[in-house]
Design a protein around this ligand. Structure first.
Ligand SMILES: [Zn+2]
Length: 351
């Protein structure tokens, strides 16, 4: 068979098919509706084209509504899922934001206190004041987290954005890091200063709540045993009840203990401190230490009494410097830790 004939045969066949289809399509169907009890008859003439067309429309409608229902179900489930996920997280994020705001306020006041502390102890202003420090921390946090967002985007192609509370959390994290660093150096500083402080004989040998009153200070005075004689009083006298606790005003070593209740200082303790200082506690009723004992600041060393050359129950307290015989005025040492007694308020007002 040549190509021409194949083509002809195919054309004939297809023409034949089309003609048969057209004939079939144009065949008419008559649908008659015969209502009971009436003479009238409704008849409707249809051809197959129309029927096919209607069936196609009907099928499409059925498919679309089915598909729509399915889509709706899937979407509803997805929305439910997202609600469950982000609904809770969204509430949590809001609560978190509130709490973070509180934290920011606390951090701000801590920053102020630290700034004051730094100024008071002579470390000067902090490198940042609390407001600037927050801005600085926020800028650093933003840089870091935006980089993270970019990296995530180039890695996975999906764009992520941290929620605002996460930014704030990161900011506070930076800030706390700096504060912690500052507190570290402050701790070192306090440790150094405290170790000097506790070795110096400062403050009163009696407890703050003891019922005592100051009587004679350091300097020339009339001899309490003979009012016509001037003497030099080398210490500081505080009256109080027998048995009042007497404590070491600084860390040191017991250098001398006097036990003779009838001469001079009576029962007395001399403590040697670092940096060349001595402190002496005289006229006690009882002693609680022996020569060579290591003494902590505020350690109980004896009880107030009236032993030795004394006209009543009192503590005679002395500070000596450089050598055992070199007396100096104890008042500045006492008032270094006393801002409430009359004597020390006067002292602070005049110095
Ligand atoms: Zn005295």
């Amino acid at each position: 068979m040549s190509g021409e004939r194949v083509k002809d045969t195919f054309q004939n066949f297809s023409q034949d098919f089309v003609q048969r289809f057209q004939r079939k399509g144009q065949e008419r169907l008559t649908i008659m509706v015969i209502p009971h009890g009436q003479d009238k008859v409704f008849s409707l003439q249809l051809n197959w084209y129309l029927i096919l067309f209607c069936a196609a429309i009907l099928g499409m409608l059925l498919f679309l509504s089915g598909y729509g229902f399915y889509e709706g179900q899937v979407r509803k489930q997805e929305i439910d899922r997202l609600n469950r996920l982000y609904g809770i997280n969204f509430k949590a994020a809001l609560q978190l934001a509130d709490k973070l705001e509180d934290l920011k306020t606390s951090s701000w006041s801590i920053g102020h206190n630290m700034n004051d502390t730094a100024r008071q102890i002579g470390l000067g202003e902090l490198r940042f004041n609390p407001e600037d420090q927050y801005d600085e921390a926020r800028n650093l946090a933003q840089d870091q987290m935006r980089n993270q967002e970019k990296q995530e985007h180039s890695r996975s192609g999906s764009s992520i954005h941290f929620l605002p509370p996460v930014y704030m959390l990161k900011t506070l994290q930076y800030q706390l890091g700096w504060r912690s660093h500052f507190l570290g150096s402050l701790q070192y500083w306090v440790h150094e200063v405290y170790s000097i402080y506790r070795r110096l004989p400062l403050g009163r040998a009696t407890d703050l709540n003891a019922t005592v009153r100051d009587s004679s200070g350091y300097g020339p005075r009339r001899d309490p045993f003979n009012r016509y004689v001037l003497e030099f009083h080398p210490g500081y006298d505080t009256r109080g009840p027998v048995g009042t606790a007497i404590r070491a005003t600084g860390q040191g070593t017991v250098y001398r203990v006097m036990q003779n209740a009838y001469s001079g200082y009576g029962r007395a303790v001399l403590i040697q401190h670092d940096f060349g200082f001595y402190s002496l506690y005289a006229h006690m009723s009882r002693l609680h230490v022996a020569v060579g004992d290591k003494i902590e600041k505020w350690q109980l060393i004896g009880e107030m009494g009236n032993s030795g050359r004394s006209t009543g129950t009192h503590l005679h307290y002395e500070i000596r410097y450089n050598q055992e015989s070199n007396h100096i005025d104890p008042l500045p040492f006492i008032c270094a830790q006393d801002y409430s007694s009359h004597r020390c308020r006067d002292y602070h007002n005049n110095n």
